[in-house]
Design a protein around this ligand. Structure first.
Ligand code: FEO
Ligand code: CA
Ligand code: CA
Ligand code: CA
Length: 574
């Protein structure tokens, strides 16, 4: 693994990525020539009437916000009633996974996150004036589980006994070291309820879905005097909130209400959902730590241990991984969740291209001196990670694990960085970058080697420009699908690109509509169908776009899923 200085990174740009990390070209694809041959969308091509796609691809709209979960459900009207919204697709489509039924690439469950929707978008009002509106907003968050099927070339929802919503008031449980701890207890004795700001996702080898709670602090506010403690400060709780104003009608979200003093500690977790079992309560897996979880990339490591890579999306926060204590099958055979027994680590990136995973355990003297117990370490994972000297990163978003063992993480941008370091080489960093590492011992070791895969600034003025990488997915052949969420060259909307990880060649597959983010990516097992999300088109404003309808200046734009296919039925991304 070569080391390098910052100047060579900046000058080397994309070519630096070529051939790096020995062994990374050893895929079946390397014998086949170019991984992507589709005709790309030219820079600057976009429309407010619809997404712009490579001429070699076709797309279909699926499940816009408010679509009934099953064909007999209530049709969308704006704003939805709280009762209707419970039986409809939520808003803010983000991370998602296609779970095939009987292995099918034409029928499966689509499980998707609903990250957020502004009051203006959801309610048509800047602030709620009664509890019913708060309930509509709460029911629009969370996740949707729908059964979908391709019939005569068209994907649609079908009647299903397991289609359902999980939302902000759904009953949940905790497991792992924090379960039952005083840090989760409120004197109101209210049950554990709800998940929110569900950003990216993951799925496990045992068939469950992981949904990740990101900006949970945004939903809290104070109706009276409130002075945040150091933990609340680090997690960004503010008396003013950011405009949801749930706390004015629902005391659970009121930071100044002593009966709900620890409600904020119940959010910021990875939540496991069994998509196939509507009776199973979602479980907050506390061993994975509390922070602004972007996503959870799961891989089976050495000895069958389960490894979960996770980013904490905030400026100067960290990259984590969890490693189960034993083989996941052994643990499950004993009735133990592999996500409950293990070690949480945080990453330190060293300037010589190596790095170390630092264990967040109360046995570490630095942590024993400052934290009461393991639960305290996990609830305050950010503060503990700082004590261990983890490397503050430029907003870690999604992670993905390639077939050859390389792990990729998008660092979306950081306009506040004042001092560059090896891992975050721009100060400020307006366009972001993608970092790549490989762990020792097949994902379970505590050392790693790393390099940059792409520095977006280096190609920002070129035809293949992109900025603010966010969603990513490494396919089994060596393609890296890259979704963006931020400024693009020439004011172009957010986009989906496909990179060849062997050559760092980039092609633009899709450009969204103005104001949207492109995110959430999952494929059928045959990889002939790709599902991707258009989040907050027009930022919810009818004056910007009417997507998925052609522009009319009046219709409220709606988040939705796109089904992408090659015209010739080939592999997506090829
Ligand atoms: Fe929900 Fe960091 O994106
Ligand atoms: Ca994101
Ligand atoms: Ca983002
Ligand atoms: Ca988003």
């Amino acid at each position: 693994m070569q080391s390098y200085d910052r100047r060579s990174v900046l000058k080397g740009g994309l070519t630096l990525a070529v051939g790096f990390l020995s062994g990374c070209t050893a895929t079946a694809a390397s014998t086949r020539g170019a991984l992507s041959e589709f005709r790309p969308v030219p820079l600057g091509n976009y429309s407010r009437d619809g997404v712009t796609l490579s001429p070699d691809y076709e797309y279909q709209i699926l499940i816009p916000w408010g679509t009934p979960l099953t064909p007999d459900g209530p049709e969308f009207s704006h704003p939805p009633s709280p009762q209707d919204q419970l039986q409809q697709i939520g808003i803010g489509h983000d991370g998602m996974t296609y779970f095939p039924l009987d292995g099918s690439s034409r029928r499966g469950l689509l499980v998707l996150n609903h990250e957020y929707g502004s009051n203006q978008h959801v309610l048509g009002a800047t602030t709620p004036t009664r509890i019913e509106q708060v309930h509509t907003s709460q029911h629009a968050h969370g996740l949707s589980i729908v059964e979908i099927e391709e019939q005569a070339g068209v994907w649609q929802t079908v009647a299903s006994p397991i289609a359902r919503r999980v939302h902000v008031n759904t009953e949940m449980a905790f497991s792992g070291p924090v379960q039952g701890h005083a840090l989760l207890h409120n004197s109101a004795n209210n049950p554990v309820q709800g998940t929110l700001n569900n950003c990216a996702n993951g799925s496990t080898p045992w068939g469950t879905y992981l949904t990740c709670e990101e900006n949970f602090n945004f939903y809290f506010g104070a109706t009276a005097d409130f002075a945040p403690n150091p933990s609340q400060q680090r997690y960004g709780f503010m008396a003013t909130g950011v405009g949801y104003d749930w706390h004015r009608f629902d005391p659970r979200w009121d930071l100044s209400n002593p009966a709900y003093a620890n409600e904020g500690n119940r959010f910021g977790w990875v939540v496991e959902v069994d998509p196939m079992d509507p009776k199973a309560r979602p479980i907050k897996r506390s061993a994975l730590g509390r922070f602004k979880h972007e996503g959870a990339a799961v891989v089976e490591g050495m000895d069958g241990r389960i490894v979960v890579y996770m980013g904490d999306d905030e400026k100067f926060e960290f990259i984590y991984k969890f490693v189960s204590s034993e083989n996941w099958r052994t643990l499950r055979a004993r009735g133990i969740s592999p996500l409950d027994e293990g070690t949480l680590y945080v990453a330190r990136f060293d300037a010589d291209g190596s790095g170390e995973w630092l264990p967040l355990t109360i046995e570490r003297p630095e942590l024993a001196a400052k934290f009461a117990d393991q639960a305290d370490v996990l609830v305050n994972a950010r503060l503990a990670a700082t004590e261990l000297g983890a490397t503050p990163m430029d907003r870690p978003e999604w992670t993905t694990v390639a077939a050859n063992g390389d792990v990729y993480c998008t660092l979306t941008n950081n306009d506040e960085r004042k001092t560059a370091d090896a891992a975050n080489p721009f100060a400020p960093n307006p366009h972001g970058h993608i970092i790549r590492w490989r762990d020792t011992d097949d994902h379970v070791g505590t050392r790693f080697s790393w390099n940059h895969f792409m520095l977006a600034a280096n190609s920002y003025d070129s035809e293949n420009s992109f900025g603010s990488p966010d969603g990513i997915w490494a396919d089994p052949d060596g393609r890296l699908f890259i979704c963006t969420d931020g400024n693009q060259a020439g004011g172009m909307p957010n986009q989906l690109l496909v990179a060849d990880t062997r050559t760092a060649e980039l092609r633009r597959l899709l450009v969204g509509v103005p104001g949207c983010e492109i995110t959430g990516i999952t494929a059928t097992p045959d990889r002939r169908t790709l599902f991707i999300n258009v989040q907050h088109p027009g930022n919810g404003l009818p004056s910007v776009t009417s997507f998925p309808l052609p522009f009319d200046g009046v219709s409220v734009p709606r988040d939705c899923t796109l089904v992408l296919r090659r015209n010739d039925g080939g592999l997506v991304g090829s």
